[in-house]
Design a protein around this ligand. Structure first.
Ligand SMILES: [Zn+2]
Length: 636
């Protein structure tokens, strides 16, 4: 008997002997990390909702119900009942049936009302229709991408079920290793920013944490995966801390290199990752660069994702449990806590973090059940990296917008589609509502609109203030008609020639995208202003302009290189970053609970990683490291 089979036998025994709903369950199985109960009779389950929760607690696993085909009501009847039964205020939209697994996905405007207190409404609904209802939010801004992702997950029904079963068997295999050791290797993103990738290994299993690309470098674009210790076919799991390309841009490539296992991330990270990966390969294709993977690899990545919300403790390997916590950096960004070997050891990996309130998010979580080694980012870990307060930065931005538009100029803000763009949007909307930016149109170009739509699909991941504005006051800043979506290249010319305005456009580091179109035309006019609000990595055009380059060779419409003279005002306003500055990073290390025994500094230029590591050592008196790429550190 395999480890998984033995475990299932034990779960069946528990259900038979210790639960009131044994007669409802015809079989038990694993789908990924979850336990699935196949049910032939729903009454005992609906009557004993608490008992299912008890079972989940006892097993320390999520328990999913899959009805037997014989209990499913015909689809038309089920749809009618769903629409009658759920409260009208829930705003039921599309209803999509997934026959392969007996699930019905119900889009609603207000999921909370459809779910009911502790899931009571849903359980009653399930009893009436037989299908397992799954409630998702209709994004108030229509998103084709969110819709396509939902549909593709449903259409991948049988395939996905098989994938999840295979993953389930692997997670629950019997442990073989006799010795115990834990180590972490830096495959990318050590003493550099870009291509983040860590390999966490125990004697039993191995997990990849992030797998990014460096969009600003050609020679050092991808992580080191061709190493003897990297065995993609036997890798247990891949974790994505957040959707920025330097953390997830290379994940689809794993699937054309033999990986067949799961990717764990939060639902918004999954959606945003797909958005940015599609954009990444489209840009590469347009620029005739070699493609690291194809669209179908992105679909394979999607079919293998297992979404986890913050706080859901999940078995990802026989000896590793992972839990995601808010990182405060971008939508869905996570600090991941790894609990290894039943109390043996704990590792916290921060990914990118913001340990402060922003307009969009609450500060990063800093309390964990246990924490022996913490791996922390160091983007702004250098001695000079102190940011102004956000209030100050906001006032400076608004002042600059007013000054520029008053003298007839336009403001160009290069921004990552995800994160800074929405932070700036919420801030401008707030000032506009208070009457301070009257009559200045704000154009959004590039992937920003779609990324914003994804923000509106997951408001529960936003800060408390923002949630209150959205839910209590019905004032969703993202829906303001202040923002104008740029429809295409033609409209760009009108904007460039038109009235004073603010243009927020990708790419955030000016490595490509529509921002270059605007820049080409706006650069020669000293009335205009270019404002950097995010990190510009070494080698990017943004960094060069920051350094003072005033003649930039750029391709024109016909692909010929032309010198662009930079006469417009160039400003960098720090303070909006989704990263913590040096002081916040040190504060985080001081405040994180429990106090770690070791700190590993990654994700920063060399001097920043080294400086943060040495300051942390002086401050805490514990071992701190700033490894090079390709180093391995034994943790236990
Ligand atoms: Zn990031």
């Amino acid at each position: 008997m395999t480890g998984a089979e033995e475990l299932l036998k034990e779960i069946k025994r528990i259900i038979k002997e210790e639960t009131p709903f044994a007669r409802a369950v015809s079989d038990v199985g694993f789908e990924g990390p979850n336990v699935v109960l196949y049910c032939k009779d729903l009454a005992p389950l609906t009557e004993n909702g608490d008992a299912i929760r008890e079972l989940a607690k006892r097993l320390r696993k999520r328990v999913i119900l899959r009805p037997h085909p014989s209990v499913l009501l015909p689809k038309e009847d089920a749809e009618r009942i769903i629409r009658e039964f759920l409260p009208a205020e829930a705003g039921v939209g599309d209803i999509i049936f997934n026959e392969d697994i007996g699930e019905v996905v119900i889009e609603t405007e207000k999921p909370g009302l459809a779910i009911g207190k502790e899931g009571t409404t849903l359980r009653e609904l399930m009893y009436k229709i037989g299908w397992t209802p799954r409630i998702v939010r209709t994004p108030p801004i229509k998103s084709d991408l969110v819709r396509n992702i939902r549909l593709s997950m449903i259409h991948a029904g049988v395939e996905r079920r098989d994938i999840l079963r295979r993953i389930g068997a692997r997670i629950h295999r019997a442990r073989k290793a006799k010795e115990e050791w834990i180590r972490v290797s830096t495959l990318g993103g050590a003493r550099e920013v870009g291509r983040s990738c860590l390999l966490l290994q125990t004697a039993e299993s191995s997990v990849l944490i992030d797998c990014g690309v460096n969009v600003a470098s050609e020679e050092r674009a991808f992580p080191y995966l061709d190493l003897p210790e990297v065995d993609l076919e036997n890798l247990d799991a891949v974790i994505i801390t957040h959707a920025h390309l330097d953390h997830c841009g290379f994940i689809p490539a794993l699937y054309n290199r033999g990986y067949r296992g799961p990717v764990y991330c939060t639902p918004p990270t999954r959606d945003l990752a797909v958005l940015l990966q599609l954009d990444y390969i489209e840009i590469a294709e347009r620029e005739d660069k070699p493609l690291p993977y194809e669209k179908r690899d992105i679909s394979r990545f999607l079919a293998h994702t297992i979404p986890l919300n913050y706080g859901e403790v999940t078995d990802i390997a026989p000896d590793i449990r992972a839990t995601f916590h808010n990182a405060g950096h971008i939508l869905g960004s996570s600090i991941v806590h790894f609990h290894i070997g039943d109390g043996l050891y704990n590792v916290v990996c921060t990914g990118d973090l913001k340990f402060d309130h922003t307009r969009l998010f609450s500060p990063a979580a800093h309390s964990f059940p246990r924490n022996e080694t913490i791996i922390i980012e160091s983007t702004y870990g250098g001695p000079q990296d102190l940011m102004p307060r956000r209030q100050q930065a906001e006032e400076e931005l608004v002042r600059t917008v007013l000054e520029t538009t008053r003298r007839g100029g336009k403001v160009l803000i290069p921004a990552f589609a995800v994160g800074r763009a929405q932070e700036i949007m919420v801030l401008l909307e707030d000032y506009h509502r208070r009457g301070e930016l009257e009559g200045i149109p704000i154009y959004l170009d590039g992937m920003i609109w779609e990324a914003t739509a994804i923000h509106t699909a997951y408001p529960e991941y936003l800060s408390r203030d923002l949630r209150e504005l959205i839910f209590k006051n019905d004032q969703n800043p993202f829906l303001s008609d202040l923002f104008i979506k740029v429809a295409g290249a033609n409209q760009r010319q009108d904007i460039i020639e038109g009235e004073p305005s603010v243009i927020i456009s990708t790419a955030g580091m000016m490595t490509g995208g529509p921002v270059l179109e605007y820049f080409k035309h706006l650069a020669p006019d000293p009335n205009n202003t270019l404002i950097f609000v995010g990190y510009q990595s070494e080698g990017s055009l943004g960094r060069r302009i920051q350094k003072g380059w005033r003649e930039i060779p750029l391709k024109d419409e016909r692909g010929r290189l032309k010198e662009v003279k930079v006469e417009l005002e160039v400003k960098t306003i720090d303070g909006f970053s989704g990263h913590s500055d040096r002081q916040q990073l040190l504060n985080y290390l001081r405040r994180v609970r429990p106090k770690p025994e070791r700190v590993i500094c990654v994700h920063g230029e060399e001097n920043k990683c080294l400086s943060l590591a040495s300051s942390a050592h002086r401050m805490l008196g514990i071992e701190t490291r700033a490894p090079l790429n390709l180093e391995t550190i034994r943790l236990y």
